[in-house]
Design a protein around this ligand. Structure first.
Ligand SMILES: [Zn+2]
Length: 242
């Protein structure tokens, strides 16, 4: 082991003592290089990755999520999304990248995330989709760029019906520097894919800016059957929303 990597290990060990690494599913303490605890790993056959390689009805070309909503990952996503806890992003980014590898969807040139309006980001302190995108960047070695911006605050998507969601996002996003997207295969990252209307609108403007292909990745995919459950769970978190 080189002096440098030895020092890195010591430093990571010290950080782990004060800020223990936590399982993104159950919140239990785990070794600092692990991405989930042994008990949660045993349930991994329930995770049900979702991969779409043909997306004819969408502006994006492919989609991959390591988990189906309702199989345990959603608690970590809520921590990340509503409770100011940024640490699950590192683990979920790892699982997102592993899912893309297994789906053979790693041919992207650049990674970006579904953006947040400035005001919303200021209140939350970070954009959870961007944190996931940066984690995927660390595992894949591909650059993360803020390609998109959201000039205005929209109505909160999860409070709307499917049709309202589609209408709400039209014209909501724009590309910062089109030349950075032109000719590229872009990986677009978000936390949960529900109706797909947000990802689709982001993919539409990226394609308009000249992106060759848009691959999308979320942590969880919510099936139609789980849609009502998702809304109930989100209600529980609404009081704590930032
Ligand atoms: Zn666990």
């Amino acid at each position: 082991m080189s002096k440098n990597s030895c020092w890195k290990n010591i430093k990571a060990g010290i950080i782990h003592l004060f800020f223990p690494n936590r399982c993104p599913f159950c919140g239990g303490t785990i070794p600092f290089r692990s991405h989930c605890c042994e008990d949660c790993q045993k349930k991994s056959e329930l995770w049900e990755p979702v991969v779409w390689k043909e997306c004819a009805d969408w502006h994006f070309d492919a989609f991959a999520a390591p988990f189906l909503y309702g199989m345990g990952a959603e608690q970590g996503v809520y921590e990340l999304k509503f409770h100011g806890n940024i640490t699950p992003a590192e683990h979920f980014g790892y699982f997102q990248y592993q899912c893309l590898v297994q789906a053979e969807l790693t041919g992207f040139d650049v990674i970006t995330a579904v953006p947040m309006a400035k005001r919303q980001k200021r209140r939350r302190g970070y954009n959870q989709a961007a944190e996931l995108g940066k984690a995927v960047s660390r595992y894949s070695g591909k650059p993360y760029l803020e390609l998109l911006k959201k000039p205005k605050q929209l109505l909160v998507q999860h409070t709307l019906s499917l049709e309202e969601r589609k209408r709400n996002v039209i014209g909501a996003f724009c590309v910062r520097e089109p030349f950075l997207a032109a000719g590229k295969t872009v990986l677009l990252v978000d936390d949960i894919l529900t109706t797909g209307s947000t990802m689709d609108e982001c993919a539409r403007v990226l394609k308009q800016a000249g992106a060759k292909r848009v691959i999308t990745a979320a942590v969880c995919r919510v099936s139609k059957e789980k849609w009502d459950l998702e809304k109930q769970n989100l209600e529980k978190y609404r009081d704590n929303m930032v």
